[in-house]
Design a binder for this molecule. Structure first.
Ligand SMILES: Nc1nc2c(ncn2[C@@H]2O[C@H](COP(=O)(O)OP(=O)(O)OP(=O)(O)O)[C@@H](O)[C@H]2O)c(=O)[nH]1
Ligand SMILES: [Mg+2]
Length: 212
């Protein structure tokens, strides 16, 4: 549940997924896209080459039509299997997840294991995975061989999570992914929070300029 403090509502969002799938790259591109007055510094803590050892954090915020200040604290987890304790700590109290899968055919097992790990860690930290807003992004569409989009859609048919396709390296699909997460958050939390009168959270974010 997002934290409501006076006229400020804070969502914790987490980019989760296997090692080197492009979580940090998503955050870097998101940081490039967001209007300067709406974002803070992108904090990249403890990296070794391009491997996250602790987490990254991008703070953003905007004022909704209702006057409420809506803040996002967007994190990435370290994907390497060994850092499970850190992943759990970062996941704790998350309000929404982007699962970043690597589209390369060689990464299927890693994707599946990481997704299973996400579900397990959710229950370990007391999050109800079935009610959690989740968007699944297949990244690295510029590489080959990759799973065809149709193939991915077939395999994930019957699940309720929105699927997106991205090339985070160039920024393609990064804003769309984030917008889908905002839509899922809005659907989940608006009945309780009454975030805005007419605008959805993603629409309000676009209007405010958080996304291009
Ligand atoms: N070709 C290609 N490379 C990408 C893409 N996205 C990320 N990369 C590269 O993949 C490598 C890993 O990307 P990161 O964003 O650091 O991956 P991560 O998921 O944060 O990895 P961990 O921190 O270890 O969990 C980097 O060299 C990126 O430049 C993409 O869309 N296409
Ligand atoms: Mg990283």
């Amino acid at each position: 549940m997002p934290e409501l403090d006076g006229a400020r509502l804070t969502f914790k969002l987490v980019y989760y997924g296997p090692a080197r799938s492009g979580k940090t790259t998503n955050l870097m591109r998101l940081h490039d896209l967001v209007a300067p007055q709406l974002k803070g510094e992108l904090m990249t803590l403890d990296t070794q080459g391009d491997r996250t050892l602790f987490f990254d954090l991008l703070p953003m915020g905007f004022v909704a039509p209702s006057g409420l200040l809506i803040k996002f604290r967007v994190f990435t987890v370290p994907g390497q299997v060994a850092h499970d304790g850190t992943r759990k700590a970062v996941l704790s109290r998350a309000d929404g997840i982007v699962f970043v899968a690597d589209s390369q055919v060689t990464e299927e097992t890693n994707n599946a294991e990481s997704f299973r790990n996400l579900a397990e860690n959710c229950s370990r930290v007391g999050l109800d995975f079935d009610r959690l807003p989740v968007v699944v992004q297949f990244n690295k569409r510029d590489l080959s061989p990759i799973l065809a989009e149709q193939e991915v859609r077939q395999r994930w048919a019957g699940v309720s999570w929105p699927l997106t396709f991205a090339t985070a390296l160039s920024g393609a699909g990064v804003a769309e992914t984030f917008a889908l997460l905002l839509r899922a958050l809005y659907r989940q939390f608006d009945p309780e929070l009454q975030l805005s009168d007419r605008h959805g959270l993603d629409e309000a974010a676009f209007v405010a300029g958080i996304l291009p």
